[in-house]
Design a protein around this ligand. Sequence first.
Ligand SMILES: Cc1cc2nc3c(=O)[nH]c(=O)nc-3n(C[C@H](O)[C@H](O)[C@H](O)COP(=O)(O)OP(=O)(O)OC[C@H]3O[C@@H](n4cnc5c(N)ncnc54)[C@H](O)[C@@H]3O)c2cc1C
Length: 322
Amino acid sequence: MSGILFYRNGEKWLRNILVYLSQAAWARQIISNWSIAWLVASRFVAGEDRQAAVDVGQALNENGMMLTLDYLGESCTSEAEASTARDEIMRILEDINRHQLKANVSIKPSQLGLKIDPALAQENIGAIVQKAKQYGNFIRIDMEDHPTTDATLAIYRHLRHNIGLDNVGVVIQSYLYRSEKDVEKLIEEGASMRLCKGAYAEPAEVAFPKKIDVDGNYLNLSRMTLSRNALANGVYPAFATHDPRMIDEIKIYTKTNNIPSDKFEFQMLYGIRRDLQESLVKEGYRVRIYVPYGTAWYPYFVRRLAERPANLWFFISNFFRA
Ligand SMILES: Cc1cc2nc3c(=O)[nH]c(=O)nc-3n(C[C@H](O)[C@H](O)[C@H](O)COP(=O)(O)OP(=O)(O)OC[C@H]3O[C@@H](n4cnc5c(N)ncnc54)[C@H](O)[C@@H]3O)c2cc1C
């Protein structure tokens, strides 16, 4: 028993270090220059340019999966960097349209200026959502760490309700205590919501420290987004998880309540649990794969290591083999 506790605490400790390393500039500089790091990261990242993303997208579409493309980069430090990211995202929307990919785009507010000035992020995200609207496409605003939650939801609500753009959706993290209240409100508003557990190291003041509570809340929130009232309001839930238990519970719940499989979708990250991705497609569920691309792959890659220490051992064993 004490061995298990030690292992669990050790895992949490390791996770916190990795989440710290994912944000540390010094670590980014050292690790992203190791060729072995890219070798392992390329399991989770389509490639460094748009063509690589399009190639992966076509292959996924051929296998019956939709995708959401993510141009990698977070926490820009200047207006110019934010504009560069916005322009690249506009170009990927053009590429999706040109290649007729079954794909939408996920964006990070901090990449578009949120931490410089929320008004700047709102302007950039607004321009992207308008452009997507011209192509009949959809933009998902990813959710980052908790100090950005209010500002991210405010930008979403401004675009959705003040500007009247209906091709934009948000993300809810089940590890946050506040999420149940946020979901209640978003259901009333008929929002398109992606539900995930949450990927950042958050303090116990704002987030459940225990996985069992994060999982329990995930199931609670997923049932809320699938309620009769939510679906009648136009809520379209996307269940972003690789956790077979969450997925099985959602399958049982939707079957028991006669909810057709086109009223929701499952989402998973590129390169993770491909077996599960394929089996869901075979069973007739909608599956969307989150496909990141771009040169700024370091923080994304280290967060994936933090989620599953086995990935870290894979990285270390390759490092010593190289
Ligand atoms: C499409 C998508 C979009 C997301 N968007 C956001 C977002 O906007 N904001 C945010 O904070 N988080 C986001 N996340 C990340 C999410 O919050 C979790 O950190 C991540 O999905 C791991 O949680 P899990 O639900 O898969 O369950 P866990 O309980 O962490 O894992 C369940 C099982 O999944 C497998 N698994 C999970 N992670 C990995 C991995 N890295 N490598 C290999 N196997 C793994 C393992 O088999 C594990 O046992 C997103 C995730 C997905 C799939």
